[in-house]
Design a protein around this ligand. Structure first.
Ligand code: DQA
Length: 138
């Protein structure tokens, strides 16, 4: 089992931006935790982050992973391109948000990708990624 842990726009700033919302751990630290979690369960991980919508679409199209854990950041709320990329492949995608997007600003309550994802994990901080990864390993 191979998982692609895919992070979108501004997620490279995790640990340095809005610490009260997203925590103090950097994306590299979170990725190391996800990797250890997956490795202990015999799964392999690949990590990719981009601030560019098209790069995320290309990665979704070209990955050889069995599943994708995706935190699309703000692209979640308006990127039809990302939605179409997810819909264009058979690889299952689980949507992740560290914060509880339903308890924040109105514009965050709507995801244009949820409908084409297998499921969503929101509101558990860095553990949202772990829970999403676990969903592929059950
Ligand atoms: C986020 C929530 C999004 O609304 C926001 O734009 C992000 C991070 C989260 O992980 O909680 O960049 O996806």
């Amino acid at each position: 089992m191979k998982l692609l842990i895919l992070n979108g726009v501004n997620l490279n700033m995790t640990g340095r931006r809005e610490k009260g919302v997203y925590g103090t751990r950097t994306l590299e630290e979170i990725n190391a935790e996800i990797e250890a979690f997956c490795k202990a369960r015999g799964a392999e991980c690949e990590f990719f982050q981009s601030n560019l919508e098209g790069e995320l679409c290309t990665k979704i199209q070209q990955t050889d992973a069995d599943g994708i854990v995706l935190n699309a950041g703000a692209f979640t709320h308006y990127s039809y391109a990302l939605r179409d990329a997810i819909a264009s492949v058979d690889t299952p995608v689980v949507e992740v948000h560290m914060s509880n997007v339903h308890a924040r600003e109105e514009f965050r309550r709507h995801s244009v990708i949820s409908e084409v994802c297998r499921g969503s994990v929101v509101g558990f901080g860095k553990n949202s990624y772990i829970l999403a990864a676990e969903s592929f390993l059950l």
